[in-house]
Design a protein around this ligand. Structure first.
Ligand code: NDP
Ligand code: 13P
Length: 338
């Protein structure tokens, strides 16, 4: 692989813009594709993505375009930063333009409802001849562009993908670790959004640090249990894409999912909270999908069930909390390693 690559980032939201800015700052020829021609022209001209990352200057050399063919045609690596609800349709649009050895990496943290499909599995289905991967970790877009020191994970069975992503993104403020457990890394990123809603809700209701610590720890246990049933390596949850992203998202109001929970905890109705956000919060849909899958597989997920019953079955928070606290006594650590 030569030093300088051609890279496309699909999705002009906050995360796509942040990733494109890093890649361009590393001197790679970089395209940021967004669907709306007018927005693309405005961003390209003003050198700012005013709607999603206001006040952040786009790196010189980064080309913003609404022309997918132009963005993708000669590209070595494509990052797909499209929310899960539209991920497949964009992957499908991309297919005719990719050169045969192009690699494709998802950065989305959600699950497609049909068949409980992970984004990287959508890539395998839609782009079967390409090497694929997943980028995930404790990575607020706003902090990345503010040059906060950040760690992330590239997960792929392909060494070529891991190596390329590590080389293309590495900088003094952005460090990428590799993992072969693609499913585990991807589930970590999707599942933590559910627990961020719970933690935001608890914070709004005055929860103290004891409660926060218990919630975080039991969330991690629940995530690992579910992911283990899905074939992931529970040890992945001790890494950046597991406990790392869980801590980040569950403790900060920079998280949209945490903010959704916080507003719910203040008594606002779910529909109003979600429509007022103006950005994607994947956790609400993920909750539906994980609850259904956990029921199907018989996985014990009391926090997921509790949140689901509050949001969709109109159960009172106090009743759910009481039930969780007085439930059958159980053990602290259930996973004891290989
Ligand atoms: N923001 C963050 O800090 C992080 C986000 N992520 C994940 O990255 C993914 C993207 O999130 P993020 O960038 O924050 O989302 P945003 O809500 O900031 O932006 C979503 C972007 O996707 C575009 N989009 C939506 N549907 C389509 C479509 N059908 N075709 C083309 N473009 C479309 C929107 O375009 P338009 O404006 O035209 O509607 C918008 O540019 C999510 O899964 C999220 O969980 C991961 C790590 C960190
Ligand atoms: O995934 C994220 C940080 O790692 C962003 O979280 P939100 O989608 O909740 O804002």
């Amino acid at each position: 692989m030569s030093n300088k690559q051609q890279v496309a980032v699909l999705g002009g939201g906050s995360f796509g813009t942040a990733i494109a800015n890093i890649v361009a700052a590393n001197g790679h020829q970089t395209f940021l594709w967004m669907r709306d021609q007018e927005n693309a022209a405005r961003c390209q001209q003003s050198r700012e993505n005013e709607r999603y990352l206001p006040g952040v200057r786009l790196t010189e050399g980064l080309e913003v375009t609404a022309d997918l063919q132009r963005a993708a045609a000669a590209t070595d690596l494509v990052f797909v930063s499209i929310p899960s609800h539209s991920f497949r349709s964009v992957a499908r649009q991309l297919r005719p333009y990719l050169k045969s050895d192009a690699m494709v990496v998802s950065t989305a943290k959600g699950i497609e409802p049909e068949g409980f499909t992970l984004m990287s599995d959508i890539l395998l289905q839609e782009l079967p001849e390409h090497d694929i991967g997943v980028l995930s970790g404790p990575n607020f877009a706003k902090e990345i562009v503010a040059m906060q020191h950040t760690g992330s994970v590239i997960a792929s069975e392909s060494e070529r993908v891991c190596h390329a992503v590590q080389q293309i993104l590495r900088s003094e403020t952005f460090r990428v670790y590799a993992n072969t457990d693609r499913g585990g890394v991807e589930l970590g990123g999707a599942l933590k959004n559910i627990y961020a809603i719970i933690c935001g809700m608890a914070a709004a209701m005055g929860a103290g640090k004891n409660t926060q610590a218990m919630l975080l720890t039991r969330s991690l246990a629940e995530m690992g249990r579910f992911a283990g049933e899905m074939g992931a390596n529970p040890m992945t949850f001790l890494g950046l894409a597991g406990v790392g992203d869980l801590i980040l998202t569950c403790t900060s109001d920079l998280s949209r999912n945490y903010r959704v929970g916080y507003q719910l905890g203040q008594g606002e109705p779910l529909d109003a909270v979600v429509s007022g956000l103006g950005q994607v919060a994947e956790g609400v849909n993920t909750l539906h999908q994980v609850k259904q899958k956990a029921d199907e597989l018989g996985v014990y997920m009391p926090l997921v069930s509790g949140l689901y019953s509050i949001l969709f079955e109109r159960r009172a928070v106090a009743d759910v909390v009481r039930e969780l606290m007085l439930g059958e006594q159980s053990n602290d650590v259930e996973y004891r390693g290989a």
